[in-house]
Design a protein around this ligand. Structure first.
Ligand SMILES: C[S@@+](CC[C@H](N)C(=O)[O-])C[C@H]1O[C@@H](n2cnc3c(N)ncnc32)[C@H](O)[C@@H]1O
Length: 244
């Protein structure tokens, strides 16, 4: 395979897959996302050509992949989380397929479940929630808030950290109870991880200053964290981290 589209996982470098790491260790060209852990970039051979994706528009990234793939180089396109979850992996694959360049898809651990899990929130939990609705919240005014307010189960908002106050406001306006448990998790699975939980009506103010990337989780599953004793576990984990 000449171009491997590889999911790097949610942030902790140990959460890449075995296959993803193998592709990375043998690549000649590495095109990587900003969210990818630096430790993973160090896994590529020292003489591999490293290209930061954020310096290019998407169409130019597609062209880069096609160009290096056509030249027969072993290319890794390393993307945060899973390439097909709000990752534009499909666009890159389409460009490669259109150009007749062989590619391989290596799935990654998406933040959709891994980031809530790392702070003790199961996105589904028997008797609490049996469905998950994931959406991109960056265009918060463009969201169908009426539908999102009505949908049962857990809501997971990507790219919503900066607009969580407005998102909460819109959901409440459309009927989600202000007391619904909510959480914002910043830099999940990394040593910069922070989590704030609050009722939906208060989450905007509580999570205002959290750094990106951040994932917003809304629903009764957030309260399961307390039931699992995770708040105490988090305190222990913080102590362990600062001792390390
Ligand atoms: C462009 S999307 C990429 C998602 C990625 N493909 C995945 O599967 O996780 C970026 C958004 O994912 C979420 N995200 C990714 N990694 C995260 C992390 N470690 N902690 C919190 N949120 C994260 C944030 O909402 C962020 O704005």
């Amino acid at each position: 395979m000449s171009v491997a589209i590889v999911g790097a996982g949610p942030g902790d470098p140990e959460l890449i897959t075995v296959r993803g790491l193998a592709r990375l260790r043998e690549c000649e060209v590495l095109v990587y996302d900003r969210l990818v852990a630096e430790e993973l970039l160090d896994e590529a051979p020292s003489d591999a050509l490293r290209i930061a994706r954020d310096d290019f528009k998407q169409e130019d990234v597609n062209k880069l992949l096609v160009m290096h793939g056509r030249n027969g180089r072993r290319v890794v396109r390393l993307k945060g989380g899973d390439p097909f979850v709000f990752g534009r992996g499909g666009e890159e694959v389409l460009a490669l397929a259109d150009a007749g360049v062989p590619f391989e898809l290596v799935p990654g651990v998406s933040s959709i479940a891994a980031v809530p899990e790392s702070v003790g929130i199961p996105v589904t939990h028997r008797g609490v929630s049996s469905s998950v609705t994931a959406f991109a919240a960056n265009d918060v005014e463009g969201l169908d808030a009426a539908a999102l307010a009505r949908v049962p189960g857990t809501l997971v908002a990507f790219m919503g950290g900066a607009v969580v106050d407005r998102l909460a406001e819109r959901l409440i306006e459309h009927g989600r109870p202000a007391g619904t448990p909510a959480a914002v998790i910043s830099c999940g699975t990394t040593d910069r991880e922070q989590v704030v939980t609050a009722p939906l009506g208060a989450i905007g103010a509580a999570a205002r200053d959290l750094p990106t990337p951040a994932l917003v989780v809304i629903g009764d599953v957030v309260a399961v964290r307390e039931a699992l004793g995770f708040a105490d576990f988090e305190a222990l984990r913080t102590v362990r981290r600062s001792a390390a």
